[in-house]
Design a binder for this molecule. Structure first.
Ligand SMILES: O=C(O)C(=O)C[C@]1(C(=O)O)C=C[C@@H](O)C=C1
Length: 384
């Protein structure tokens, strides 16, 4: 395994074995080279910004380079609203503004937009069609950061983003928890009894399972909650409603038929803040570190991997396993059985600046077949 040392704090994310092990695309190397070119220029600025508890960046302009995007404008006509960035538009020119530009997935009024504003107050939130587009927008310097959902207290993990974290070379520089309060929206004049179907993001539909079942509505999944509201408004649908935020109701001119329709009042989504550069991990406040690794097949191997943290009293806050796509099956020495191969994503409560975390990762690296630190960042204690 060609791994750099754990003690190299600012470059800890390079701590990985051959990219082919992890099913990375060939474009990975190009992106890496591109970002290295700028590493020295940007690292100071990004480290300084991330370490500020409240990033308040001065807005020099209000017009975005994406054309019609204006973050403060509330409009009832969906045609006048900004179009999300698609992957084909990623070659657009890079903006020279000083206001922090933060990519999120969805259209205006999505919860992800609110999370981006919570993570970076006064930022310019830039809508993107897909999660991949948001990752690419950061990598290509079109935006400074991305804020993307990773897990929800009711619906569980957002697996797509776990996979994309590995396929891209961005660093986790923070987390933000956002309380998601869903509304049932419909066009003015439409009553609950008129509705036959409801459109929303699959996670949002899952979070409102009980209410939607009680109402007997057919669920239709779309890319994001606000996109569902926009669709219902734009097509003036009379048999369909949308599960979305009250902000989306205001933006797209819809009526709120019911509020707080999620199955549990404590419906929290955790979002990750992603950047091209890592932050310098501190010990001045509570930090969390996210890693991904793979292991040899064998009895007790995962137990052994988790023991490197338990032995040092390091608390784990999340564990997720994902299939290793490029190499889904592997054989056993003893018989002809083929097993699925997995990547393990673990979050633990320690900073990479803590000696115990360094020791734990050094220990894990002795037997892991692949190990990468995705980021070491301050814990969001706003909803603790
Ligand atoms: O559709 C939106 O509004 C989003 O921001 C996406 C998303 C998600 O992907 O989980 C974010 C928060 C809620 O949990 C529901 C949906």
């Amino acid at each position: 395994m060609a791994a750099s040392r754990v003690s190299n704090l600012t470059h800890y994310s390079i701590f990985q074995s051959s990219p082919s092990d992890a099913g990375l695309p060939t474009s990975f190397k190009v992106v890496e080279a591109h970002s290295k070119r700028y590493r020295n220029i940007s690292i100071q600025a990004s480290l300084q910004r991330e370490n500020e508890p409240n990033n308040n960046f001065q807005a020099l302009e209000s017009q975005s380079s994406l054309g019609d995007f204006q973050s403060d404008v509330v409009s009832k006509d969906p045609n006048t609203l900004p179009r999300p960035l698609s992957s084909t538009q990623l070659s657009s020119s890079v903006s020279d503004r000083s206001r922090l530009r933060v990519a999120y997935q969805g259209v205006r009024g999505a919860y992800s937009e609110s999370a981006a504003q919570k993570a970076y107050p006064n930022c310019e939130a830039v809508p993107c069609e897909q999660f991949d587009t948001a990752f690419e927008a950061v990598e290509r310097w079109l935006v400074d950061r991305a804020v993307l959902p990773i897990e929800n207290s009711l619906g569980g993990s957002i697996h797509r983003n776990y996979d994309l974290l590995l396929r891209h070379s961005l660093h986790i520089v923070g987390e933000v928890k956002y309380a998601v309060r869903h509304c049932l929206l419909a066009n003015h004049g439409v009553k609950i009894e008129d509705l036959k179907r409801v459109l929303s993001h699959p996670q949002a539909l899952a979070q409102c399972e009980n209410t939607l079942t009680r109402l007997g509505l057919v669920r239709e999944a779309v890319d994001d909650t606000a996109g569902a509201a926009k669709h219902v408004a734009f097509h003036k649908l009379e048999d369909a409603g949308a599960v979305a935020s009250s902000a989306a109701a205001e933006i797209y001119g819809l009526n709120i038929l019911a509020q707080d329709i999620q199955d549990d009042s404590d419906n929290i989504t955790r979002f990750l803040m992603l950047a091209r550069e890592p932050i310098i991990p501190g010990t001045d406040r509570a930090f969390k570190t996210s890693i991904v690794f793979s292991l040899e097949e064998g009895p007790g191997v995962l137990f052994k991997a988790l023991a490197v943290f338990a032995l040092r009293q390091i608390n784990l806050t999340k564990i997720e396993s994902r299939p290793l796509r490029k190499q889904p099956l592997r054989g056993s020495d003893d018989n002809n059985t083929k097993y699925f191969d997995y990547l393990f994503y673990v979050d633990f409560e320690a900073s990479m600046a803590d000696q115990s975390a360094q020791n734990a990762l050094g220990h894990l690296n002795e037997f892991a077949t692949f190990l990468r630190v995705l980021g070491s960042y301050p814990v969001d204690t706003s909803m603790a």
